[in-house]
Design a protein around this ligand. Structure first.
Ligand code: NAP
Length: 343
């Protein structure tokens, strides 16, 4: 019997990407596609690519009584509603993968970086679902905090090198397509503002800064404070991080390449390129892939790691499905075997 799953926030970009991926999964039944303002609207009215699946399907209301009967729920809403729904589903014993920031940080960090006390400090942080580093924990977790898109991409590049890096020297430059900010329109996301240019924003207090720091410390030696500046690219999808750090004395280019290759040799979704071959966001569009490469500059003693994901793929829905597969005891790659769309 196929697992019955639900998506709350199915009318958002992350939720719709889950629907697209689940259409190619085969092992689950999507029983609930819940929306908020869009409840009752046809799915295809927002997402024309989904119109061929089930032409008459409309978005459901968020009905907790229906959600608690499911085998697994994805929450792909803003963090406010996700705290409430996550707590309810946890109490009901329904495994939940939360794509929002509701349960990623300890309560005190959440209060500092999100400017509000965490409503359920007893429940946060949940199991942090950077899959390649948390398989066992995810497989038995009742609540998974799916990492942010910038954070996933930066961490996959930096974590294998953490032992080789001087603490306090990490700088991350992130660049995201506009879908990273969700479906809602605003002046900052208007095509007129975004098209034909690149914009920095959010530094030095962007919320993902703290998530990069805690994510590094969770899986590797604490590397201290990180400088992070995100940028908005004039593309719909794609995420690229360029991370710089000072290497410890005696660490060279071969050590760096060796650490990356060793760590990801058996990983289905993370691919290490040769030094000097820089990844492009286009290589991973529509996929759950991450490509990365590193170079070492002997003049500065610094390593530069460039990593790419699709912000809606490995940066959101793809990784969420990877985690759900683990939690449901299904093959980890189910629904995720497509490679990037290129050109
Ligand atoms: N976009 C990305 O690349 C990305 C990457 C990683 C993580 N995330 C995180 O994933 C979550 C979803 O992101 P998104 O980009 O998909 O956002 P989005 O496009 O703005 O969609 C938000 C979704 O949440 C629903 N929603 C809003 N308020 C709600 C409420 N009170 N109760 C229930 N549902 C509510 C919306 O429904 P209606 O539209 O029907 O009102 C919509 O379906 C966010 O927490 C985001 O930070 C996004």
């Amino acid at each position: 019997v196929a697992a019955r799953i639900g998506i709350v926030g199915a009318s958002g970009y992350g939720g719709a990407e889950l629907l697209r991926l689940l259409a190619g999964h085969g092992g689950v039944e999507v029983a609930v596609v819940a929306a908020h303002a869009q409840a009752g609207a046809p799915v295809a009215s927002l997402f024309p690519n989904l119109g061929g699946l089930d032409a008459d399907r409309t978005f459901d209301d968020v009905d907790v009584d229906r959600l608690v009967d499911l085998d697994l729920v994805f929450l792909s809403t803003p963090h406010g509603p996700a705290v409430e729904l996550g707590a309810t589903l946890l109490e009901a014993g329904v495994p939940t993968i939360d794509l929002s920031a509701a349960f990623r940080l300890p309560a005190d960090d959440f209060a500092t970086w999100y400017g509000e006390p965490h409503p359920r400090p007893d429940l946060t942080p949940a199991v942090y679902g950077l899959t390649e580093y948390a398989r066992d924990a995810v497989a038995s977790a009742d609540l998974v905090a799916n990492p942010g898109c910038y954070v996933t991409t930066a961490l996959l590049g930096l974590l294998p090198l953490a032992d080789a890096i001087e603490p306090g020297t990490v700088v991350v430059d992130g660049k995201s397509g506009t879908s990273g900010a969700g479906r809602a329109v605003s002046d900052r996301l208007h095509a007129t503002h975004v098209a034909g240019g690149v914009n920095a924003y959010g530094s030095p207090t962007h919320r993902h800064t703290r998530e990069i720091e805690t994510g590094l410390a969770a899986f590797a030696p604490d590397l201290g404070a990180v400088s992070f500046t995100p940028h908005l690219l004039p593309v719909a999808r794609g995420l690229l991080t360029t991370s710089y750090a000072t290497l410890r004395d005696g660490v060279g280019a071969d050590d760096v390449q060796g650490a990356l290759v060793d760590r990801y040799r058996d990983e289905p979704f993370v691919h290490v390129l040769a030094p000097g071959a820089f990844p492009t966001t286009k290589a991973v569009l529509g996929s759950n892939g991450c490509q990365l490469s590193a170079v070492v500059d002997p003049r500065t003693g610094r390593v530069t790691v460039v990593a790419v994901t699709d912000n809606l793929g490995k940066g959101a829905a793809g990784q969420a499905l990877q985690n759900a597969n683990l939690r449901l005891g299904l093959p980890e790659t189910a629904g995720l075997t497509a490679i990037g769309v290129y050109p």
